[in-house]
Design a protein around this ligand. Structure first.
Ligand code: ZN
Length: 62
């Protein structure tokens, strides 16, 4: 499975900006031909959400 990174709203840097973290337990869903991934943050285990291209969705979906 491909590694997906997404912005985590809970893991912030010292400037209080969300940081990119690895997403675990990825579930890809499609709605109106728009693909998105839901998962949990590798660092804080918080929920994450990301829109993705169809190509990326196909890579993760397998
Ligand atoms: Zn996090």
């Amino acid at each position: 499975m491909a590694e997906i990174k997404a912005l985590c709203m809970k893991c912030r840097d010292d400037k209080n900006k969300p940081t990119m973290q690895v997403m675990n337990d990825i579930k890809v869903s499609e709605k109106n031909n728009r693909f998105s991934a839901k998962g949990t943050c590798d660092k804080c285990k918080g929920n994450m959400f990301k829109f993705m291209s169809k190509d990326d969705a196909m890579k993760v979906g397998k």
